[in-house]
Design a protein around this ligand. Structure first.
Ligand code: PXP
Length: 235
């Protein structure tokens, strides 16, 4: 199973001050020292974290980018110009804090089938971020996606309540159905040190995309060192 590291939260922190710190490039360089598959970056319509230029700067490092994007004309143009390794089509509402729930592929099959054609023709792998629901899996196959990424939000909420079996079963059977239809299967959202081991129970899972928990843990793994450094500098 491979890992895609979502670095959006570095950009969120940077944008809080409107400056250049923490640098998305430094974050990308550190992540790329490890054996990861890709850097995942979500270019939201309101550019609240990742900015267009971040994508191009990170691409210059030679990184494989997994671009999370809404199915809009504007972002499609950017994707075709950037040519990331893969795109993951996500639903997007301005007011949401993070991507809540999967994309309704079944409800817009014909639109998405046409929408992803130029991306596929450009050699970009196309993934659909969906809930673990048979109708969404079948629709993703119908439109010609290469991958599905199963939204693990319901599973992670259930895990917090200590009653995750049902949600895990849904993920397992959606993955099986997808694989039987020739789709590759990824997963992500809300995965953390505590719950991620259960993803190993889903057979044939290719990739996990994880952001919030990795960046959150990094704060505490690095906090002591940065306080020590500042004390040294003001001695
Ligand atoms: N995959 C997709 C499609 C997402 O939208 C997100 C959230 O940005 C993630 C994975 C990562 O979720 P988290 O930040 O909770 O690890």
């Amino acid at each position: 199973m491979k890992l895609g590291v979502n670095i959006d939260h570095i950009a969120t922190l940077r944008n809080a001050r409107g400056g250049i710190e923490p640098s998305i490039i430094e974050a990308a360089k550190i992540a790329l020292k490890e054996n990861i598959l890709a850097l995942t970056m979500h270019l939201r319509e309101d550019r609240r974290h990742i900015k267009d230029e971040d994508l191009y700067e990170v691409k210059k490092l030679g990184a494989k980018i997994n671009l999370e994007m809404a199915a809009t004309e504007e972002i499609q143009k950017i994707a075709l110009d950037l040519k990331p390794y893969s795109v993951c089509i996500v639903p997007e509402r301005r007011q949401e804090i993070t991507t809540e729930g999967g994309l309704d592929v079944a409800g817009q099959k014909e639109y998405l089938k046409e929408y992803i054609k130029p991306l596929k023709n450009a050699g970009i792998l196309v993934s659909m971020f969906i809930d673990a629901h048979p109708a969404q899996v079948e629709a993703s196959s119908y439109i010609g996606a290469d991958y599905i990424e199963m939204h693990t939000g319901c599973f992670t909420h259930a895990f917090e309540k200590g009653d995750f079996e049902n949600e895990l079963e849904k993920l397992k059977s959606a993955a099986k159905l997808a694989q039987s239809l020739g789709l590759k299967v990824n997963a992500g959202h809300g995965l953390n040190y505590e719950n991620v081991y259960l993803m190993k129970e889903i057979e044939g899972l290719c990739e996990l995309n994880i952001g919030h928990s990795i960046i959150s843990k990094a704060v505490f793994d690095g906090l002591q060192a940065s306080i020590k450094k500042m004390l040294e500098l003001i001695k």
